[in-house]
Design a protein around this ligand. Structure first.
Ligand code: TEU
Ligand code: CA
Length: 533
């Protein structure tokens, strides 16, 4: 049925969405109380970042029990109620499936410390070198070594992320069987599918030393290998029993690899999150920012639109800084926020809106390391210290890239707590909440929120926007224009990514203009977006 080709999906970071009991932590009853907001926006599904039991070394991406709900977030009954209440509003629930690693608090890992247990091979255990050397020269995603010594087993275990996240060993067949059972458990509860965390690194072909690289030494031994494809096909058999949907988070994926992962006849994934457009403003690593050049961004988006039949579209998520100051302009907050909405909701693919994007939330306004929670930021701070990088520069690097930029609590209304909590929020609330909040924007027909709602309705009601082909018309230094066409119908989208006005030769009747014009003569205001027919 491919419902996911017609739906807009909304990502919730549960910890920061809505607190219901005053402990300062977002929770499932809180999400239920806000379902009307999602319905008003017109979303067809919600992707929930992890809500499973977890000691929160990486806020839920370190799962200690896949069949339990983190008590901070509520109970299994709450989760079942969420699935039912969302369903009543025509909203499907998609869980986050984190199966590259588990928490070191997981039962499997604790058992695995004993070489004689049935779980002994569930993880990658290796001896170090005689001279205290680590088992190999790989480096991890969070800027640390990726081996940790376990005194009980007297061996090291592999962790490509934080040391509390031990990589599962898919050479042990029982691991895949466990995962299949977990899928069945949730599918039986009525979830519609999964967002699959770092899914293209599951299979490690060997643990040999890797070629030395600036980052991720060793990645040739696990990035998008045939073993992973095989695992995905096996999981698909279970998913197919329930007609379930999957989107894979695929790091460093190329268009060709992405095509293989989502080719419908290969029965692996339905679509993937690629990263290339997120790399347009950095040198190789996110820590080294470079100036955002719109043309590079347009060319990258165009390439992915053309090379894949179907894209997962996103400009934000819980790992990325907010999109307005990044691809838009803080000085033209409202205008560029609206333009980015048009971009997201008029490309070909399934749009994912990240919580807060629909009201133009921007990066945090913290000033000290102490205000951060993100494990990645903390690790990188340690690495930079070791390299004797001065404090000011360290903060500059970290504050611009920290994942906490996107994790501050949702700004429902002005005032302390922002309508998010009556208690002390687990992560600071942006001070701009006095002016940037949903309540304010609900009463303003010219707000970013009203614009999102209107555009989402436009897309939901327009087959050409949902299913039409994509043809690039202009990819300049400032203007991005493309056509969506289906049968006799066509729409043209023209976007001015600049603080300066622009001109284009393109013409048509105005379907929408973010500058409120009703006739188009080829002239665009700064950050204006128009949809023409
Ligand atoms: O992210 C995987 C991933 O690629 C991250 O390393 C990403 O590049 C980084 O966060 C950017 O700074 C997924 C989850 O989305 C992330 O939240 C988890 O921390 C990670 O997997 C481990 O599960
Ligand atoms: Ca709570």
């Amino acid at each position: 049925m491919e419902w996911w080709k017609d739906a807009i999906i909304y990502q919730i970071y549960p910890r920061s969405f809505q607190d219901s009991n005053g402990d300062g932590i977002g929770d499932i009853p809180g999400i239920i109380s806000r379902l009307d907001h999602l319905q008003a926006l017109g979303v067809g599904a919600v992707w929930l970042s992890p809500v499973y039991a977890s000691p929160n070394a990486d806020n839920g991406y370190d799962i200690s029990n896949y069949r339990e709900i983190n008590p901070e977030y509520g109970t299994m009954e709450d989760m079942e109620r969420l699935i039912a209440e969302a369903g009543r509003r025509g909203i499907r629930i998609i869980m986050d499936l984190v199966i590259n690693h588990t928490s070191t608090d997981h039962y499997w890992f604790r058992q695995s410390r004993d070489k004689n247990s049935p779980y002994a091979n569930y993880y990658y255990w290796r001896h170090g070198g005689a001279d205290g050397a680590l088992p190999n020269n790989w480096t991890g995603f969070f800027g640390e070594d990726c081996w940790e010594f376990d005194p009980q087993r007297c061996e090291y275990y592999l962790h490509l992320f934080a040391k509390h996240q031990a990589d599962l060993n898919y050479h042990e067949p029982a691991v895949l069987e466990e995962v299949k059972d977990i899928l069945r458990f949730w599918l039986r509860k009525g979830v519609a599918g999964f967002r699959c965390d770092v899914i293209n690194i599951l299979w490690k072909d060997s643990l040999d030393n890797g070629k030395k690289r600036l980052a991720l030494t060793g990645s040739e031994h696990y990035l998008s290998l045939e073993g992973t494809h095989e695992i995905l096909r096996q999981l698909r058999e279970v998913l197919d029993e329930y007609n379930a949907f999957t989107v894979g988070e695929t790091v460093f994926v190329t268009p060709a690899q992405a095509r293989d992962l989502c080719a419908s006849d290969r029965r692996e994934l339905d679509m993937v999150f690629s990263f290339e457009h997120m790399e347009c403003d950095q040198w190789f690593l996110k820590w080294f920012k470079r100036k955002f050049r719109p043309r590079v961004f347009f060319e990258c988006l165009t390439k992915w639109q053309q090379e894949l039949d179907w894209n997962a579209l996103y400009l934000e998520n819980h790992d990325q800084p907010r999109s307005i100051p990044r691809f838009g302009s803080a000085g033209h907050w409202r205008e560029s926020g609206k333009l980015l909405a048009v971009l997201l909701l008029t490309l070909r693919g399934t749009p994912f809106i990240y919580q807060g994007q629909e009201i133009g939330m921007v990066n945090f306004d913290f000033s000290r390391m102490r205000q951060l929670n993100d494990v990645e930021s903390k690790n990188v701070e340690k690495v930079l210290r070791r390299l004797h990088i001065p404090q000011k520069l360290r903060w500059k690097i970290i504050s611009r890239t920290s994942r906490d930029n996107a994790r501050t609590p949702f700004q429902w209304e002005a005032g302390p707590g922002a309508g998010f909590t009556v208690g002390r929020p687990w992560l600071g609330i942006n001070h701009n909440c006095e002016s940037v909040n949903l309540a304010e924007q609900e009463n303003d027909s010219d707000s970013i929120w009203s614009w999102y709602k209107d555009l989402a309705a436009l897309r939901n009601g327009s087959e050409v926007l949902r299913r039409g082909s994509f043809t690039p018309l202009e990819t300049g230094d400032q203007v991005f224009a493309y056509r969506r066409a289906l049968g006799e119908e066509a729409l043209t989208v023209v976007l001015n990514f600049s603080d300066k006005p622009a001109r284009t030769a393109l013409q048509g009747g105005v379907v929408r203009s973010s500058a409120g014009r009703d006739r188009f003569d080829g002239h665009l205001e700064p950050w204006e977006a128009v949809i023409l027919d």
